[in-house]
Design a protein around this ligand. Structure first.
Ligand code: 3PG
Length: 399
């Protein structure tokens, strides 16, 4: 793979696709800057070579055009502080002002373009839009692993306009190396922990994992589809009724393949989806009517932690409960503790993006696990064995 390490950026303008899709609060403060911090080494390498940097990203999923809450201008101060320079901002990613700003860049300068998704052409992968973006740079760097599963103008199509000058950044390289480590060289016992709200997001990865892992731990909202499929009464817990057969099939497949599939035996339940609701604990198969499971229960916590502590490879994607609410965060914290403990004893742990990464960050464990991915969907698709368009566009000469 062509990487930033074997490219000299001296005197060049590098068009860098980053994934700055970061969470912002109501005052537009960045609440988790992991993805920004991750992109710093690539940007510094370009600047150190004597190049200039044009950063492009999406933020959120704007529907019909520009929206204040999705403007990348909210990131400018953070970036300027990081690099000790005033980062320039183009308020329209392809307009005249962007052209002029890009043309005026000197070595050491950084320009941030406004949210690419303010143009529907971005997600459509429109070649004319990609060509306009391409006209800003001499070389294309894709460091947006989190968006590499999208075949968008800036993540894939733009690479066509740089047949000889397209490389991956450090984030992309590190992500692929770490994912491959779990895909190809997993030491046993290998435990996958799958959480989050919906089973439908995770079907393919669960199926694939059943061929690889020794233990498959299930948590989060999707547990209750498994519990119901297993004959349990789940009250008003989240459930995907159209996925009950699938959940039964996955349970049967796990048995056939000798994989221990673990569904929470007990749950922390509440009478409303709120941190202020009444809270209780019960067996997951016997949740009373009008109550819902919002976290794994105390017995499940212990069982899960035990299996995790004895694992040599751990892949974790998705929280065990509604961890943003303090009454339902204990299961996720327990799992994070166990992952950290196993890692300190030599296990390899890969935390897959999104909410599980946020939980690990929130607990200050980022440096205590082996690797925290910046990708959510991208990591899952890669682990499912799919080709990521963002990677193929750099790797293949005929893209
Ligand atoms: C993510 O947050 O997973 C990436 O930035 C991709 O965002 P998307 O799912 O809106 O394409």
């Amino acid at each position: 793979m062509k990487t930033v390490d074997n490219y000299n950026f001296a005197g060049k303008k590098a068009l860098v696709r980053v994934d700055f899709n970061v969470p912002l609060d109501k005052e537009y403060n960045i609440t988790d800057d992991t993805r920004i911090r991750a992109a710093v080494p690539t940007i510094k390498k370009i600047l150190a070579d004597g190049g200039a940097v044009i950063l492009m990203s999406h933020l959120g999923r704007p529907k019909t055009g520009p929206e204040e809450k999705y403007s990348l201008k909210h990131l400018v101060n953070r970036l300027s502080a990081e690099f000790g320079t005033t980062v320039k901002f183009a308020p329209d990613c392809i307009g005249d002002e962007a052209v002029a700003l890009a043309q005026g860049l000197q070595p050491g300068d950084i320009l941030l373009l406004e949210n690419l998704r303010f143009y529907k052409e971005e997600e459509k992968g429109d070649p004319a839009f990609a060509e306009k973006l391409a006209s800003f740079g001499d070389v294309y760097v894709n460091d947006a692993f989190g968006t590499a599963h999208r075949e968008h103008a800036s993540t894939a199509v733009v690479a066509r306009y740089f047949p000889k000058d397209k490389v991956t950044g450090y984030v992309m390289q590190a992500e692929l190396d770490n994912a491959r480590r779990v895909l190809e060289n997993a030491e046993r016992p290998y435990t996958a922990i799958m959480g989050g709200a919906k089973i439908s997001d995770k079907i393919l990865i669960i199926e694939k994992l059943l061929d690889r892992v020794d233990n498959l731990i299930i948590g989060g909202g999707m547990s209750y589809t498994f519990v119901k499929a297993d004959g349990g009464q789940i009250g008003s817990s989240l459930v995907e009724n159209d996925k009950l057969d699938l959940a039964s099939r996955l349970i049967a497949m796990a048995k056939d393949k000798g994989v221990q599939i673990m569904i929470p035996v007990d749950s922390v339940i509440a009478d409303a989806f709120s941190n202020e609701a009444n809270v209780d604990t019960c067996l997951s198969h016997h949740i009373p009517e009008n109550w819902m499971g919002l976290d794994i229960g105390p017995t499940a916590r212990e069982q899960y932690a035990d299996v995790i502590r004895n694992s040599k490879t751990i892949l974790w994607n998705g929280p065990m409960g509604v961890f943003e609410m303090s009454n339902f965060s204990v299961g996720t914290e327990f799992v994070a503790d166990a992952v950290m403990e196993a890692t300190s004893r030599g296990a390899y742990s890969l935390i897959g993006g999104g909410d599980s990464a946020a939980a690990v960050n929130q607990m200050g464990y980022t440096d205590k696990v082996s690797y925290v991915s910046t990708g959510g969907g991208a990591l899952l698709e890669y682990m499912e064995g799919k080709t990521l368009p963002g990677v193929a566009a750099i790797e293949r000469d005929d893209y």
